[in-house]
Design a protein around this ligand. Structure first.
Ligand code: MN
Length: 321
């Protein structure tokens, strides 16, 4: 998945100044964004009121969409820099191709983890023969300065550890939770988990007080720390929590997103995460001139051109302590 906005506006994020140090309950509404011809997504991050949670700088929720008679997701080759993308499905499948030669079908509750490092390009499409419904999320994790120039690579993990408690099944996507750890490569302390709550569930999930958290609702109606969160919405939880109360009257599923707050200031534009305007300008130029980002083989169609970069200089914002 990609940011296909034709009028991409630069976003400055990161920095301790935006992190809420104590537990809060801040409900974030999604913004509807059209992704190509046939897919519409709900964008939770960046959000007007909040740019990042932990090291995640981009969260889209899509579906469930009935694509029985439609092509489904069709995202042409496009570049990434300075981040990891996490593809997570509840229904349907996505065919991933990238410039390192990966060709992988990602299925429900399998981890598709792409580390762009300094440069990668990829495409994502619903296979020609696909399931009727498509439902999932895409999340980006900003890489720390020490690792953002690392070599690009893609990982697919079909088997992920699970932890269970009465009324709860948690599948580890990234990092660790309650003693279980995902095999996905991470660069900073982080947690990402898929939570399925059974009807009548009433559980408390152990959390790390130093982490910043949010919960994205995928389906059903769950109460997160007493707040009803509907599908496609996200509840920002701040930091300083040792546990999280979860309740569901009927079956519901959530994604737990947590991690160390991001202290570096960064600049995000289109599908790039950098540190300066120069980083972004260079990346755009390299993509448009066919250098650095490699080539995606086998996608039936042209690559995506970068939008125009606004002429206004990007100034770093926010504080670093
Ligand atoms: Mn992408």
């Amino acid at each position: 998945m990609s940011n296909l906005d034709r009028e991409a506006v630069p976003s400055r994020c990161g920095g301790r100044g935006f992190v809420v140090a104590e537990p809060v309950r801040e409900l974030l509404s999604p913004r509807q964004v059209k992704l190509g011809e046939s897919t519409e997504v709900r964008r939770l991050l960046p959000n007007l009121g909040r740019r990042m949670v932990g090291r995640r700088c981009f969260v889209d929720h899509y579906g469930p969409d009935d694509i029985a008679d439609e092509p489904g997701m069709q995202v042409p080759p496009h570049p990434h820099m300075g981040l990891q993308t996490v593809s997570w499905l509840h229904e349907g499948e996505v065919l991933h191709r990238d410039s390192t030669g990966s060709l992988q079908t990602i299925r429900p509750r399998e981890l598709g983890l792409m580390t762009s490092g300094r440069a990668i390009s990829h495409s994502e499409e619903s296979p020609r023969a696909h399931a009727r419904f498509l439902h999932g999320a895409q999340l980006w994790v900003a890489l720390p300065d020490t690792d953002r120039h690392t070599a690009p690579h893609f990982e697919h993990h079909a088997e992920l550890p699970r932890i269970t408690a009465p009324g709860l099944t948690a599948t580890l996507i990234l990092g660790s939770l309650d003693g279980a750890a995902s095999p996905g490569t991470t660069y900073t302390p982080i947690t990402g988990a898929d939570l399925t709550l059974a009807r009548g569930a009433d559980v408390r999930l152990p959390l790390e007080p130093d982490f910043e958290y949010a919960v994205l609702s995928m389906s059903g109606e769950a109460h997160v720390d007493g707040v009803p969160v509907l599908p496609g919405s996200m509840l920002y939880l701040g930091c300083g929590r040792t546990e999280l109360p979860l309740r569901a009257e009927s079956e519901a599923s959530l994604m737990l997103l947590g991690g160390e707050p991001f202290e570096e200031e960064l600049v995000m534009w289109w599908n790039f995460v950098g540190r300066t305007q120069g980083d972004i300008e260079q990346a755009r130029k390299d993509w448009m001139t066919g250098s650095r980002f490699g080539e995606v083989k086998g996608y039936d169609g042209p690559a995506l051109p970068a939008p125009e970069l606004p002429p206004v200089a990007l100034k770093p914002r926010g504080r670093v302590r």
